[in-house]
Design a protein around this ligand. Sequence first.
Ligand SMILES: Nc1ncnc2c1ncn2[C@@H]1O[C@H](COP(=O)(O)OP(=O)(O)O)[C@@H](O)[C@H]1O
Ligand SMILES: [Mg+2]
Length: 420
Amino acid sequence: MKVFVVGSGGREHALTWSLSRSSQVKEIYSATTNAGILKLTTAAKVDAGNVGSIAEFAARERIDLVVIGPEQPLVDGLADALEARGIAVFGPSQSAARLEGSKLFSKEFMARHNIPTARYVVVDDAAAALKAVSAFGFPVVIKADGLAAGKGVVVAADEGEARQAVQDMLVDRKLGEAGKRLVIEECLVGRELSYLVFSDGKDFAAMPVAQDHKRAFDGDRGPNTGGMGAFSTPGLIDPELEAQIVKEIVAPSLEATRADGFPFRGVLYCGLMLTADGPKTLEYNVRFGDPETQAILRRLESDFAELALAVGRGELANCKPRWSNDTSTCVVMASAGYPGAYETGKVIHGLDAAEQVESVAVFHAGTKLNAASEVVTAGGRVLGVTARATNLEDATARAYEAVGKIEFEGLQFRRDIGKR
Ligand SMILES: Nc1ncnc2c1ncn2[C@@H]1O[C@H](COP(=O)(O)OP(=O)(O)O)[C@@H](O)[C@H]1O
Ligand SMILES: [Mg+2]
């Protein structure tokens, strides 16, 4: 198989790494400067942000399978453009990607199909927004309709914060067109859980649950980030709760995509709040999360290339994933200042030594090669140091042993990943 991986972060390095271990895969292509991905792939001369450019390249090079990591190309219709050329795709159609691309669309979808979610109203002017805000009371949740790279949701504690959010998103358009319409919704209380499945449009297969760590500092303090680490270990979810989530949310959501004419192929990520009133859907994502993917894929026993192809072709029934009972821990190493402003171009030392620690894989997020072919930092989140072992203590200890071998100026990481 010739495979193309779209995307350039830690999630995509983990996808590439998984594909590279398959005996079915002859060559992998990418369009990125990520040094970790580049080491495993052939650089494709395409415009990475352009659907037509990727689709033409894939057709010309006779690519068998395209694995799409991030949401933007899915929302832009990359899967459709590839399918029109007869190329198998791991990732949903543009219609299905609206589940993530528009909060308004996804709320209406949930309402139409009786999928448990927070009560909401949709507004497109400030007066209506403030009226809705006071009707719900505080705290209240204000969401920009469109994609906003994790910056589109405000949980407002009081009227002042709510007014500010409405002003920023709807009036001042700080998120651009994404804030043209807002969803105002009831604030749910409970523990959050992400539940991910592979779906081929007919069947689905669950992934093991991962615990992520979104705050910048130890003890879940500090600002929100894209994710500072994750671990996945058996028993993170109670089987009864899992059965309830599948019955009340996952199965009806996937059934509803068929009923609405956009059978879902790819990864459906259900962001859930476990309320006293049962699990409720906060949002859908239409792709893997980052860095949970890094932890989850380390537990996959089956061949990821075969699995991704089966998802793309609607053949998941014959190719269910097998998962290990091992544990994996992923510790993110970030640039000083992240999630705020940070410098780049710092030389990274010790990558080889880190990868020599037993069962460690270092997934690159924001890295690139400099003119001297050294690996340097090129983003806020730089590396996802991921280890696997038979239990959480060992996986976590190995991950931190490898972290200890890596150096770059100003590095920061949490010391409490996987140490619940
Ligand atoms: N209705 C809600 N009640 C309470 N918290 C919420 C609600 N909706 C979202 N949140 C919080 O905001 C975060 C981001 O919201 P989400 O819908 O996942 O949007 P996105 O991931 O696109 O930014 C959630 O992870 C959760 O912590
Ligand atoms: Mg979310």
